[in-house]
Design a protein around this ligand. Structure first.
Ligand code: GLU
Length: 332
């Protein structure tokens, strides 16, 4: 799965999950991803991350494409228009995820795990923050895996185990284009993480890494809420023999209460703003202002921002919207 020998093309991507309508925060991240790749004269890839069927909301994949086209962000490869790395829809790419799991099994980097979430919560002897699971303890790894275990796992009519990635205990360090130097010891924060659930669902961590590698993405631009996944993804990329892309985690847009935008902020979806008469140039101009790309919010098109785009302009702080956001946008 290593990159081809020749110099790599410049390729960026936008990878939404079709779980709701695009809001101003998603649009801001997409705008930055688009600006960065266009500024580099590269290719912009759209990938649909629809691997979690219960969370998929019908119609939102098409709506996202329409909404970002309305904003003026055009892409070169993606669902609907195809491209050299098709398909661009994760639910149609499971053979690639299986091939990656086989590679990891051959390298001795995955193991079956039959413990439930409840078991793991109970096993935690020390209190841990965040209400989530404690790091998966290395002591729970199988001491020895029998030869042929993976072939038997695959042949089972109903596999009774999840597959976990065995992390190394070194420090992962990377330079984020917005957040600066990031360091994480995954063995202490998360431990061995799941790549395929017992019910057969592929984990986001596996799919995103395999797709970014195969689609030859050299720069990953996404929301800062995914910063905490990056060290895990780097370990996985390295285990698959691929080059690590550059990363840029764009700060989030918060509502007037200082919370991450959610379903409750449905007035801040691109659909709702459009229905309120906001023009794409007004939204782009406001987003550019929040990104530090212009001194005042003024109507503009994404391509007008190419000359000013620079990672140095971007603040690593989240952007909090005023409570009259729609009125503010209508005055841009
Ligand atoms: N599909 C993810 C989301 O919509 C983004 C994944 C990524 O950019 O790595 O939050």
């Amino acid at each position: 799965m290593a990159a081809r020998g020749e110099a790599r093309e410049r390729r960026g991507r936008y990878a939404p999950s079709p779980t709701g309508l695009i809001h101003v925060g998603n649009a801001r991240t997409a705008l930055v991803a688009w600006l960065s790749v266009r500024r580099r004269g590269g290719t912009f890839v759209w990938r649909l991350e629809d691997l979690d069927p219960p969370r998929v909301v019908p119609g939102t994949a098409e709506a996202a494409q329409e909404d970002l086209a309305w904003l003026g962000l055009e892409w070169d490869e993606g669902p609907g228009q195809g491209g050299p790395f098709a398909p661009y829809v994760q639910s149609a790419r499971t053979a690639h995820y299986e091939a990656a799991l086989q590679t990891l099994a051959d390298a001795g980097r995955i193991f079956p795990c039959r413990r439930s979430r409840k078991d793991l919560m109970e096993l935690a002897s020390a209190p841990h923050g965040g209400g989530g699971l404690p790091p998966y303890p290395a002591s729970l790894r199988p001491r020895r895996l029998e030869a042929g275990w993976y072939a038997r796992h695959l042949a089972a009519a109903r596999p009774d185990a999840a597959l976990r990635f065995q992390v190394h205990d070194g420090l992962v360090r990377f330079e984020d284009r917005v957040q600066g130097t990031v360091e994480e010891r995954v063995s202490e924060t998360v431990g061995d993480f799941v790549l395929k659930r017992r019910d057969g669902l592929y984990a986001y961590q596996l799919a995103v890494v395999v797709d970014d590698l195969l689609m030859e993405i050299d720069e990953v631009v996404r929301g800062a809420d995914l910063l905490a996944s990056t060290a895990r993804q780097i370990q996985l990329i390295e285990a698959l023999g691929g080059p690590v892309p550059a990363y840029a985690h764009v700060p989030l847009v918060l509502n007037a209460e200082g919370e991450k935008l959610s379903k409750r902020d449905d007035g801040l979806t691109l659909r709702a703003l459009r229905a309120d008469g906001i023009q794409p140039e007004q939204l782009t101009g406001y987003l550019a202002y929040t990104l530090g790309l212009c001194a005042r919010p003024e109507p503009c098109r994404p391509e007008d921002l190419l000359a000013a785009f620079s990672w140095d302009a971007l603040s690593p702080d989240d952007w909090r919207l005023p409570d009259d956001a729609t009125a503010v946008l209508s005055q841009v």
